[in-house]
Design a protein around this ligand. Structure first.
Ligand code: GH3
Ligand code: MG
Ligand code: MG
Ligand code: MG
Length: 313
C-alpha cells in the first residue's frame, strides 16, 4: 500500500516508517495536517495514518478537509486510522465524527500494527477493484452496446448540459440528424447480422468524420451518438452555418467511402445516408426546438431523393 503517515513527532515517524516499510508498504510523510491535505491530493494514498495533536492543523481538522475533497469524486473514501497516545472514549467519538475509520495507539505492539495493515491491505485491494468496476459500469451505461458510440441516454444528458451552457453564454448550437437510406431493405436482403455490421461500420465512419472535423475546426467539441435504430445524431456546440454544412458533407462522404454493397439502394448500389441539419444562432428555450428543426430537414432530404443533406436556412 501507499501509506500517508502524518505525525509531528520525529521518533514516532522513524519507528513507524521502518516498520511499515519492512512489511512492504511505501510511506509518504507529512509533519502536520495542512501538509497532509496537500500530500493526500498529490499522492492518492491507499491509507492514512493520522496523528491527532499537531501544530498548524490537527488530525481531526485534516480528516474533515480530506473527506470534503473526496465528496467531489464518486466512490472516493481513503481509510483513515487515527494514531493517539490515549485511548479515551471521547477521542474515539471525535475520530469517527471527523471521518476516521479506526483508532490505534502509537505504542501498539508491532503484531497489532502488522495485523491492522494486513486488514487494511485487503480493503485497499477490494476498493480498487470496486472502483474499477464502477467506472466500467458508468462507461457501459453511456455507451451503445452495438456500435460503441454514445447511447441515447448519454446524448440526452450531454445535450442538456451543453445546451444550458450555450443558453447562458449566448452561443450557437448545431445538430445533424442522420438516417441510413433503405436500411429495412438492407436487412431483408442481407440479413440482420450483416445489418448489425453495417451499423457498426457506419458508426465508425461517422466517428472518424467528426474527429476529422474537430481536428480541422480547432477547439471544436462535436460528437456523434446513436440516436436509436439506424439513426445517429451529430452535436455541434458553437458551430457556424459553414461548419454545419461542411460537417454534413464530410459525414456523407465518409459513409459513401465505405462502399458497403447495398444492391437495392436505389441507383447507388452502396449504403448511403440522408442528413437533416439545423442550427440556432443563440440558444434559448429548449433543445427540442433544434431536434425538431433537424428532423424536418431530414424529412426533406429523404423526400427529395436520399443520399444527401438538407440544411435549415
Ligand atoms: P428510409 O430510407 O426511409 O430511412 O428507409 P429505411 O428502410 O431505412 O427506414 P425504416 O424506418 O423503414 O427501417 C429502419 C430499419 O432499421 C428497420 C429496422 O429493422 C432496422 N434496424 C433498427 N435497429 C437495428 C439494429 O440494431 N440492427 C439491425 N440489423 N437493424 C436495425
Ligand atoms: Mg503530535
Ligand atoms: Mg429511420
Ligand atoms: Mg432509414
Amino acid at each position: 500500500m501507499k501509506i500517508l503517515l502524518v505525525d509531528d513527532a520525529k521518533s514516532v515517524v522513524q519507528v513507524m516508517t521502518s516498520r511499515l516499510s519492512s512489511y512492504g508498504h511505501t510511506v509518504v510523510h507529512a509533519e502536520n495536517g495542512a501538509v497532509a491535505v496537500d500530500l493526500f491530493q498529490q499522492n492518492a494514498p491507499d491509507l492514512i495514518l493520522m496523528d491527532v495533536e499537531m501544530p498548524v492543523m490537527n488530525g481531526f481538522e485534516a480528516a474533515t478537509q480530506i473527506r470534503a475533497i473526496e465528496a467531489y469524486s464518486q466512490w472516493a473514501w481513503t481509510p483513515i486510522i487515527f494514531l493517539t497516545s490515549s485511548d479515551t472514549v471521547n477521542n474515539l467519538i471525535m475520530a469517527i465524527e471527523a471521518g476516521g475509520d479506526d483508532f490505534m495507539s502509537k505504542f501498539a505492539p508491532e503484531p497489532v500494527l502488522q495485523a491492522k495493515m494486513k486488514a487494511m491491505s485487503r480493503i485497499a485491494t477490494l476498493r480498487k477493484s470496486l472502483s474499477q468496476a464502477n467506472h466500467k459500469l458508468a462507461e457501459m451505461a453511456n455507451q451503445d452496446g452495438l456500435t460503441g458510440l454514445c447511447n441515447r441516454r448519454s446524448l440526452d444528458h450531454r445535450v442538456d448540459s451543453l445546451w444550458t451552457t450555450a443558453c447562458a453564454a449566448g452561443l450557437s448550437f448545431g445538430l445533424l440528424m442522420i438516417d441510413i437510406d433503405n436500411f429495412k431493405k438492407y436487412n431483408d436482403h442481407y440479413g440482420h447480422l450483416q445489418g448489425d455490421q453495417c451499423l457498426r461500420d457506419v458508426a465508425r465512419a461517422l466517428d472518424q468524420a467528426v474527429n476529422s472535423f474537430n481536428r480541422e475546426s480547432l477547439g471544436s467539441d462535436a460528437f456523434v451518438a446513436r440516436y436509436g435504430g439506424e439513426e445517429f445524431s451529430i452535436v455541434l456546440p458553437g458551430a457556424t452555418p459553414n461548419q454545419l454544412g461542411s460537417m454534413a458533407e464530410t459525414a456523407l462522404q465518409f459513409v459513401r467511402a465505405l462502399a458497403i454493397a447495398h444492391e437495392i439502394n436505389q441507383q447507388w448500389g452502396i449504403v448511403t445516408i440522408s442528413i437533416g441539419a439545423a442550427l440556432v444562432a443563440n440558444a434559448t428555450g429548449l433543445p427540442s426546438t433544434v431536434f425538431r428543426a433537424a428532423d424536418a430537414q431530414l424529412y426533406q432530404a429523404k423526400a427529395s431523393g436520399r443520399n444527401r443533406s438538407a440544411v435549415a436556412a
